[in-house]
Design a protein around this ligand. Structure first.
Ligand code: MD6
Ligand code: FE
Length: 217
C-alpha cells in the first residue's frame, strides 16, 4: 500500500472482531495485497466495465457494478439473478483472478468457514453519496457458504442488522484493506452501506471499491 505524507498508517491485521454469531470483521486483512487486488480490478473492469444497474422497481442503482468469476450478479427490470454472461457484451465474465480467490479463501477460514471456493465476485464502485439500502443476499443457490466482502479506497459505514428488516443495524466504519465475513447464523442478516462521504484516498481518489465473494451455485 502507498501512504501519502500525512496519512495515518493503518494498524496491521490482528484478529477477527466478531460482530454477530457467524459474522466477523478482519480489519486490515487485505492490506498487504491491496496493489495486486487493485491491478486485478483494473484488468477486470477494462474487459467488463462498471455500470449502474436498474432495479426491478425501475431505479438506477447509485453503486456501479461489474463481476468476475463463473457467475455474475445482475439486476434489470425482470429481477435480480446470477448470469454466466455480461449482459453488456454477451461474453462470459472475466475469470476470477488467482489473488482474489486466494484472499477470499483465507479470509473465510479466519472467520471459521473452511474451504470457501467462491464462483462469483461482484465488484462495486461507490462514489460520494452512493449507498446501498438494507438487503439480504439471497439470490445464491446455497446458503451454506459465507459472503466475503473486501473494502478498498474511501472509508464507508457498513450497516449490519439482524434477520429481520426491522432490527436496527449496527454501524461499522470499513477502511481500505478491511474484510467483512458473514455466514452460518448470520448468512441472511440484513446489511447495507450508508451514503459514502466525500473524501480523497491516496491510491483510489474519490471512490470506494468493494469486492463481494459468493458461492452463487
Ligand atoms: C458493500 N455490498 O458494498 C456490500 N449485496 O460493502 C453488498 O452487500 C451487495 O453490493 C448484494 C448485491 C450488491 C452488493
Ligand atoms: Fe449484500
Amino acid at each position: 500500500m502507498t501512504l501519502g505524507l500525512f496519512d495515518e498508517a493503518p494498524a496491521p491485521y490482528t484478529a477477527p472482531e466478531v460482530i454477530a454469531p457467524g459474522a466477523a470483521l478482519l480489519r486490515g486483512f487485505a492490506l498487504e495485497m491491496d496493489e495486486v487486488l487493485l491491478q486485478a480490478v483494473e484488468a477486470v473492469t477494462a474487459a467488463a466495465p462498471l455500470r449502474h444497474l436498474v432495479t426491478p422497481g425501475g431505479y438506477t442503482m447509485s453503486v456501479a457494478m461489474s463481476n468476475c468469476g463463473a457467475l455474475g450478479w445482475v439486476s434489470d427490470r425482470s429481477g435480480y439473478r446470477y448470469d454466466a454472461r455480461d449482459p453488456l457484451s454477451g461474453k462470459p465474465w472475466p475469470p476470477m483472478p488467482a489473488g482474489f480467490a486466494q484472499l477470499a479463501l483465507r479470509a473465510a477460514a479466519q472467520a471459521g468457514f473452511e474451504n470457501f471456493r467462491p464462483d462469483a465476485c461482484l465488484i462495486n464502485r461507490y462514489e460520494p453519496r452512493a449507498r446501498l439500502s438494507l438487503h439480504q443476499d439471497k439470490d445464491e443457490g446455497s446458503m451454506d457458504a459465507p459472503i466475503v466482502s473486501v473494502s478498498l479506497g474511501l472509508p464507508a459505514v457498513f450497516l449490519f442488522g439482524g434477520l429481520s428488516r426491522s432490527d436496527r443495524p449496527a454501524r461499522y466504519r470499513l477502511q481500505h484493506g478491511d474484510v467483512a465475513v458473514w455466514g452460518g447464523p448470520s448468512r441472511l442478516a440484513y446489511h447495507g452501506v450508508a451514503p459514502l462521504a466525500r473524501g480523497e484516498h491516496a491510491r483510489l481518489g474519490a471512490q470506494r471499491i468493494n469486492l463481494t465473494f459468493r458461492c452463487a451455485r
